[in-house]
Design a binder for this molecule. Structure first.
Ligand code: NAP
Ligand code: ZN
Ligand code: ZN
Length: 349
């Protein structure tokens, strides 16, 4: 059955309306009518082939929420009408140590929600800028927020889990001072989640205009990183830094803010490398530079449940599908507070 989607035919082409097909609902499958899909900076990197390896046509979107339309005969956890989500992962090998640990995000056989390997047409996965999707029940998440919050829940499926996973892994909580660098889709969720986990949160932004807003998101302190005095005041003080910046920049400026044994985790994935940091900035205080990739299915469900319990959603601006090309330009210039979300009902018009 043909459905309407939005995607690009080539890396230098704008996104346009497309007709795509989804596989028939198999025994373990859940067919989901997509209500909303968040717009991640990774969508832009991927559809413009900034990371290389993009397969076309490319239909991005991995912050998917909607309602179950149909379930296969072996599906036990979901029924038609349930509110559900799909994040960045739609399959994995199910056999390796990472899969056994619930960390399918680190499985070599992980299948991304778009641009991943599949025998479904057209030979690679197509994402959430579409009316519907069919996903194995193991990779479908339950949403316990009120239905009225559904659009603002969508960004939790990538921006939420990508910040939650490192915050939990590096044990962010009461008594810990945590920096969040870059206040975009990921960064604004990082501030909300670190605050809700009880940490003292310092937001770092290049945008003077976000100074007051970051406090409302839950930051205890805000540093405009272009201000050298404000940066110097944070030296040797942070236990952990979550760096979400989508462009190459000077990592030393942030490494020097870590206290002894502190860690900076990179989640931003710029198209070109950061300048290499100074070795002395690491060895003098036994600092660590790390990375983190989205999160596993189990911890994504934990994050969604934590957010439902604490009333946490993303700050969003809703758009129609045909506004996506403008939305990308606005995201690049930092002109979004803080996540665009597509109203997938607009695909029907
Ligand atoms: P976004 O909404 O565009 O936010 C990025 C933020 O970085 C901007 O709002 C801006 O914040 C800051 N920034 C951008 N350009 C900058 C520059 N030249 N110098 C300094 N700061 C700059 O993007 P996003 O959706 O949050 O994604 C952020 C990055 O994470 C992307 O590279 C994306 O691909 C990646 N990502 C990685 C994972 C993972 O699993 N590791 C998952 C999802 C996304 P200020 O205005 O506050 O400075
Ligand atoms: Zn993403
Ligand atoms: Zn695996």
């Amino acid at each position: 059955m043909s459905i309407r989607a939005y995607g690009a035919h080539a890396s230098d082409q704008p996104l346009v309306a497309l007709d795509i097909t989804r596989r028939a609902t198999g025994p373990d499958d859940v067919r989901i009518d997509i209500a909303y899909c968040g717009v991640c900076h990774s969508d832009l990197h991927q559809v413009r082939a900034e990371w290389g390896g993009t397969l076309f046509p490319c239909v991005p979107g991995h912050e998917i929420v909607g309602k179950v339309a149909q379930v296969g005969s072996a599906v036990t956890g979901f029924k038609p009408g349930d509110l559900v989500g799909v994040g960045c992962i739609v399959d994995s090998c199910r056999q390796c140590a990472e899969c056994a640990d619930g960390l399918e995000n680190y499985c070599d056989g992980m299948v991304g929600t778009y641009n991943g390997g599949t025998s479904d047409a057209p030979g690679h996965t197509l994402g959430g800028y579409a009316q519907a999707i069919v996903v194995d029940q193991r990779y479908v998440l339950r949403i316990r927020h009120p239905e009225a919050d559904l659009a603002a829940v969508a960004p939790l499926l990538c921006a939420g889990i990508t910040t939650w996973s490192p915050l939990r892994h590096w044990q962010v909580g009461p008594g810990r001072k945590v920096g969040v660098v870059g206040i975009g889709g990921l960064g604004h969720m990082g501030i909300k989640l670190a605050h809700a986990l009880g940490a003292h949160v310092v937001a770092f932004t290049t945008s003077e205009g976000k100074r007051e807003e970051a406090r409302k998101l839950g930051a205890d302190e805000v540093v405009v990183s272009r201000n050298e005095e404000e940066m110097a005041a944070q030296r040797n003080s942070l236990d952990f830094i979550l760096n979400t910046v989508a462009a190459p920049h000077d990592l030393d400026a942030y490494l020097s803010l870590l206290r002894r044994d502190g860690t900076m985790a990179l989640v931003g994935a710029p198209a070109t490398p950061h300048p290499s940091p100074q070795v002395f900035n690491l060895i003098m205080k036994r600092r660590r530079l790390a990375g983190s990739l989205i999160g596993g299915i189990r911890e994504t469900q934990e994050m969604l449940d934590f957010c439902a319990e604490h009333g946490i959603t993303a700050d969003i601006e809703m758009i129609r599908a045909e506004q996506i090309n403008d939305a990308y330009e606005r995201m690049l210039s930092g002109d979004v507070r803080y996540r665009f979300v597509i109203d997938n009902a607009s695909l029907a018009d």
